[in-house]
Design a protein around this ligand. Structure first.
Ligand SMILES: Cc1ncc(COP(=O)(O)O)c(C=O)c1O
Length: 296
């Protein structure tokens, strides 16, 4: 990880090395925190944050799903993010806001625990690489009746960690989760799309997957490019008959899948077109989508 100079901690900018917490921090023990992953891109007119308002809305929704009281408004967090990017002179990279229960109370009920908000930023190039070799996980995606699976909560990511460890041990780059009904869910930090006979499909939102902001952007962009996009249940067998497959997410951006278990895929023309368009949009080379960009 490449360090930057400052971290925003409950309203104050402090040195990166001083951004420390106590070992009895509530969220460290029980996973009750909410976070976001956001990207800042360099463009010819300065740096921009991609879909900042949507990320912050989801950030607050996730925190509220755990009854966490955030003592900052969404606007204050948006401004704090821009300030943190600016003071660190970060032109392009990753933004990680997190809300967590702090020190002072143990026991599972967090009521009354202090709530902390932190924003860190650092340079972080493409997360997976040019393409991904993917393994269907033996773990299923978290059950929506055990956890609020459509929220971005720290503890949910143990599921993602298990999937990632398993995939890496077997020589793959990334895992793919099915849901409890056996349908395709998502990757540990990505949503998935398939293309078959020119039609694009992605698993529908029904509380089982994270409503990805990149997923939402890709649906809009592919429709604008003239393709049909369907959000519906997809089985693993159907996924394996696709002509093209790709993951999308803030960290992964648009990453073609070259292998799923023992089936191989090429980056086809459609996925390539979508990937190019996405990169044009985030780099402000297509002004039609400028509403999605917040200048620093
Ligand atoms: C489980 C999961 N699915 C999908 C995504 C993609 O979401 P987004 O495009 O909002 O980054 C992420 C990343 O945040 C994730 O953690």
């Amino acid at each position: 990880m490449q360090e930057t100079e400052f971290i925003w901690f409950n309203g104050k900018l402090i040195k990166w090395k001083d951004a420390k917490i106590h070992v009895l921090t509530h969220s460290l023990h029980y996973g009750g925190g909410a976070f976001e992953g956001i990207r800042v891109y360099k463009t010819k007119k300065g740096s921009v944050v991609f879909r900042l308002k949507e990320h912050i809305k989801r950030f607050f929704n996730s925190a509220e799903s755990l009854d966490m009281k955030v003592f900052f408004s969404q606007e204050e967090i948006i401004n704090a993010i821009k300030e943190t990017v600016r003071v660190n002179k970060l032109k392009e990279g990753y933004i990680r806001p997190i809300i967590f229960h702090g020190y002072g109370k143990m026991g599972l009920d967090p009521t009354g625990c202090e709530v902390n908000v932190v924003i860190a930023v650092w340079p972080w190039p493409a997360y997976i690489g040019e393409s991904a070799k993917v393994k269907t996980s033996s773990f299923i995606r978290i059950h929506p009746k055990s956890l609020k699976a459509d929220k971005k909560i720290c503890g949910h990511y143990v599921n993602s960690i298990l999937g990632s460890l398993e995939a890496k041990k077997q020589g793959f780059d990334e895992s793919l989760f099915l849901d409890y009904e056996g349908n395709v869910a998502e990757g540990p930090g990505e949503n998935i799309f398939m293309i078959k006979d020119g039609k694009i499909k992605t698993p529908k939102l029904k509380g089982q997957i994270l409503p990805g902001i990149t997923r939402d952007s890709i649906i809009k962009v592919t429709k604008d490019l003239g393709y049909e996009v369907e959000e519906e249940d997809i089985t693993l067998d159907e996924l394996k008959t696709a002509d093209e497959l790709f993951f999308v997410g803030t960290a992964a951006e648009v990453t073609p899948i070259s292998q799923l278990d023992d089936v191989f895929f090429k980056e086809g023309k459609i996925a390539e077109r979508i990937r190019k368009k996405f990169l044009e949009i985030v780099h402000y080379e297509d002004e039609k989508y400028s509403d999605w960009l917040d200048f620093i």
